[in-house]
Ligand binder design. Structure first.
Ligand SMILES: NC(=O)c1ccc[n+]([C@@H]2O[C@H](COP(=O)([O-])OP(=O)(O)OC[C@H]3O[C@@H](n4cnc5c(N)ncnc54)[C@H](OP(=O)(O)O)[C@@H]3O)[C@@H](O)[C@H]2O)c1
Length: 305
């Protein structure tokens, strides 16, 4: 364990480095074939979702990945979305497909996810891809936990033998995070506890953690009393807090009480500037991978196609 305290894990620098590698790979791929291609679907006009899809499209541009943004009206019916997904699945010019969540109430989120071909599921949310991760044969892994693993590796955080506590068990973040950390693999091999809203005595469980990942969705839910001295703290939360002093009237904050926890943590991710940027970088890496695999699969008949 490092003797230093409060060192920031810089998500921007790490994401830039990942994007530079993706850009090289995308250029190589384009030179031999065509540019990788990502299709992003957004339904309705949720401002946060619009912000996220714009940042994904911008990142794609930056690393030489073509992207198409398909904006569907809020009243779009589930059948229409599934039909659109079917066409994208069948289009050999599209490598990766992403449906931005949340979806309007008339569309079942899970059916939408399952409407994406597992071979183009660059968000790693299709049950096929989650199953592969659980079976220790990962293919597309959800971008946020994947980005956290990348960040831990870049900061040389040793996971093998470490005690890790993940707070939050969503299919998007907490569950795949726990699976990745506990994999029988050099990047895993941690002893993982997965906590949630029904966990009792959360603080004492969290205090055991050498690596603490907070994916709760509540500002300030991890205080200093929940953190062991020298722990690595990863804050996934993105929470909007009213802030009259900010021109927007709000500010973005994580799940961790940053000021209180930082002096105890050896390493800590800031919000913003931490995990969120890594998530987008991993989406680009997955898209390039989808393009490369799809090309290989045409020749090799890969069973994941
Ligand atoms: N940085 C990024 O790129 C990124 C990406 C995705 C999400 N996020 C953010 O990460 C946060 C979590 O996202 P999510 O999609 O995983 O959220 P989610 O689906 O709402 O899951 C939240 C999890 O936290 C648990 N929880 C809620 N209150 C709790 C409490 N008081 N104590 C312990 N556990 C509690 C819930 O338990 P139950 O299962 O028992 O309900 C659930 O498992 C959100 O702020 C989201 O905006 C950030």
């Amino acid at each position: 364990m490092s003797a230093e305290r409060g060192v920031l894990m810089d998500g921007r620098a790490a994401a830039d480095a990942v994007l530079a590698v993706v850009a090289e790979g995308a250029a190589r791929f384009a030179a031999g074939y065509r540019r990788p291609h990502l299709a992003v679907i957004i339904v309705g006009e949720n401002p946060a979702s619009q912000f996220y899809v714009r940042s994904k499209v911008k990142a794609a541009e930056r690393c030489g990945i073509d992207s198409i943004l398909i904006e569907l009206p809020a009243e779009t019916r589930e059948a229409a979305l599934l039909e659109r997904l079917g066409r994208l699945n069948a289009d050999p010019g599209v490598d990766g497909i992403l449906v931005q969540m949340p979806l309007p109430a008339q569309i079942d989120q899970q059916r939408a996810i399952e409407g994406i071909s597992p071979a183009k599921d660059v968000d790693g949310l299709h049950p096929y891809n989650i199953g592969r991760l659980a079976a220790d044969r990962p293919r597309f892994v959800a971008c946020t936990p994947l980005g956290i693993m990348e960040l831990l590796a870049r900061y040389r955080v040793r996971t093998a033998g470490a005690r890790a506590v993940v707070i939050g068990r969503s299919v998007l973040v907490g569950k795949p995070m726990a699976l990745l950390l506990s994999r029988k693999h050099e990047t895993g091999d941690a002893s993982v506890t997965l906590c949630h809203s029904r966990s009792t005595d959360l603080a004492s469980i969290a205090r055991e953690a050498d690596i603490l990942v907070a994916a709760v969705g509540r500002a300030g839910s991890v205080g200093a009393e929940m953190v062991k001295d020298g722990a690595v703290v990863v804050d996934v939360g993105i929470n909007r807090i009213a802030d009259p002093a900010s021109p927007k009237g709000y500010r973005i904050t994580g799940d961790v009480d940053f000021e209180a926890v930082r002096p105890k943590a050896s390493l800590i991710t800031p919000v913003p500037g931490g995990v969120g940027l890594m998530t987008v970088a991993m989406l680009m890496r997955n898209t390039l991978q989808a393009a490369e695999w799809a090309r290989g699969e045409r020749h090799e008949g890969n069973p994941a196609a």
